[in-house]
Design a protein around this ligand. Structure first.
Ligand code: C2O
Length: 534
């Protein structure tokens, strides 16, 4: 294993999309940012230097950060932000993971333009558990606002209303045909007939789950969230913000240009955003400049397509890559996920959209939770996060009126190595969106999912405890539930939140605190000396 050094200069850069130019926050002047390459077992050092006016922090989404929570990145959770003119070296080792992940800013809405791919190759000499592709292509899906993204969210916070939706989706930074400007056409994937390619698809969008498909070609799914899956073929994949999917694509048609499309799933009805981003799969020797073979994108309410795709995902569960599903449970948790309105004196109409987990709207602390935990600083958080809703009710029916959310910086405490089953129940009150829930510091097994209210008597009998898919972000179905299991083998403070940024902003977030174990390698390491101060 090696040590890999990266330098991320956070700088403003004028960037033109949709016929207009604006300064955006970038890493090294690039949008999307640079891809970070490493092998399993490598140590990665990324020096982040902040040259802009915003506070910055970078999260290595899906990297487990075993005992190195200080390098995880969410602002005010594991670190104070890197202030203008300051720098911080993120130092972590990649243990037991290989595949595609992403990095992104984890403060304000800066991840709109501050994001990039992470490619973790297997250890030297270890092959993929599928035929080695001829070439690999990182494909990052994103969103573009014509206006300044920070202004969009500031305005929404002031008014209490939902923020403006983006003006376009992007594939590797370009809207493609959705744009009526010169840059039309967008990103190109050149292929030679007969070869097989691996696309490492990353959804870095702020607020949209996306369908992805390529005209005329089937895709073979081989990995999600840096864990191998049993390969299966599909025309359409679904990727939620924060999720990644590796697919194999065989250039079997020999000639022509084929449209690659990323289109939205389950837009909220209050939004009008329905732009489809496009790119082009181009066979070598093809002369025409526009994609000629179009593809029909799924309708945005295509729940059956989404469900079929989700249900097809299974851990590879081979001898080399076993699925270590916890079979006994120490903590059985039930969290409701809700959106609602709370009164507010200063905003439009006197009410503000809020979001909660078990009716707690999370309040960000002023110093990082990990520091408060490590140095025993009192008054920053409490560890009384409710393990179930305070009152039981019909979660997918009308919510009782006495269920107003309360604010709090409340954490749920877990003993080292204890096992957790967490049922996430959507209460689907306002919008038909899925909630892609992301847990920092762990992979979890998705043992079950269903529509309607979770039934604790019947539903556990249907759980897959043999080869459930292992991931770090899972879409909780609108008006339904998802059950996950994980082992708390990583001491520290770990954020869990909806990866639709607008919902995180509204408070759909909480954190777990995992205590140290007693063994020699079972405690959180001390903080690095250059850890930013608040
Ligand atoms: Cu990719 Cu806390 O997020």
């Amino acid at each position: 294993c090696r040590i890999r050094h990266y330098k991320f200069n956070v700088v403003m850069r004028n960037t033109t999309r949709l016929c207009s130019t604006k300064p955006i926050v970038t890493v090294n002047g690039r949008f999307p940012g640079p891809t970070l390459y490493a092998r399993e077992d490598d140590t990665v050092l990324v020096k982040v230097v902040n040259h802009v006016k915003y506070n910055i922090s970078i999260h290595w989404h899906g990297i487990r950060q075993l005992r190195t929570g200080w390098a995880d990145g969410p602002a005010y959770i594991t670190q104070c932000p890197i202030q203008p003119g300051q720098s911080f070296v993120y130092n972590f080792t990649i243990t037991g993971q290989r595949g595609t992940l992403l990095w992104h800013a984890h403060i304000l809405w800066l991840r709109a333009t501050l994001h990039g791919g992470i490619v973790i190759l297997p250890k030297l000499g270890v092959p993929y558990p599928f035929p080695t592709p001829h070439k690999e292509v990182v494909v990052i899906l994103g969103e573009w606002w014509k206006s300044d993204v920070e202004a969009v969210i500031n305005e929404a916070t002031k008014s209490g209303l939902a923020p403006n939706v983006s003006d376009a989706h992007t594939i590797n930074g370009h809207p493609g045909l959705a744009s009526n400007c010169l840059s039309r056409g967008g990103f190109k994937i050149p292929v030679e007939p007969g070869n097989t390619y691996m696309l490492r698809i990353i959804n870095a969008a702020m607020n949209e789950e996306l369908f992805f498909k390529i005209a005329g070609h089937q895709l073979t799914v081989v990995e999600v969230d840096a864990t191998y899956v049993k390969p299966f073929k599909t025309h359409t994949i679904l990727v939620a913000p924060g999720q990644t999917t590796n697919v194999l694509l065989t250039a079997s048609l020999g000639t022509g240009k084929y449209l690659v499309a990323a289109s939205t799933f389950m837009d909220s009805p209050i939004t009008i955003d329905n732009t489809t981003a496009t790119a082009t799969l181009a066979y070598s020797g093809t002369l025409s400049t526009t994609a000629t073979k179009l593809t029909k994108t799924p309708p945005k309410n295509a729940t059956p397509i989404a469900t079929t795709f989700t249900n097809a995902l299974r851990s590879l569960n081979s001898k080399l890559y076993p699925a270590k599903v916890p079979l006994t449970i120490d903590h059985s948790l039930f969290f409701t996920i809700g959106l609602g309105v709370n009164p507010c004196s200063t905003c439009v109409n006197g009410s503000r959209v809020v979001a909660d987990i078990n009716n707690v709207t999370f309040v960000m602390p002023k110093i990082s939770l990990l520091q408060a935990h490590f140095f025993n600083i009192s008054g920053v958080f409490t560890d009384d996060f409710p393990g179930k809703p305070l009152i039981a009710y019909n979660y997918t029916g009308t919510q009782p009126t006495n269920l107003r959310t309360m604010k709090g910086t409340r954490l749920y405490r877990l003993a080292y190595n204890s096992t957790v089953q967490l049922v996430l129940q959507d209460t689907g009150m306002i919008t038909p969106e899925n909630h892609p829930i992301h847990l920092h510091g762990f992979n979890f097994f998705v043992v079950g999912r269903g529509v309607g209210n979770y039934n604790p008597k019947k539903d556990p009998k249907t759980f897959n405890l043999v080869d459930p898919v292992e991931r770090n972000t899972i879409g909780v179905p609108s008006g339904g539930w998802t059950a996950i299991r994980f082992r708390a083998d990583n001491p520290g403070v770990w954020f869990m939140h909806c990866h639709l940024e607008v919902h995180t902003t509204w408070g759909l977030k909480m954190a777990f605190v995992v205590d140290n174990g007693k063994g020699p390698n079972e405690s959180l390491l001390p903080p690095p000396t250059d850890l930013p101060k608040c």
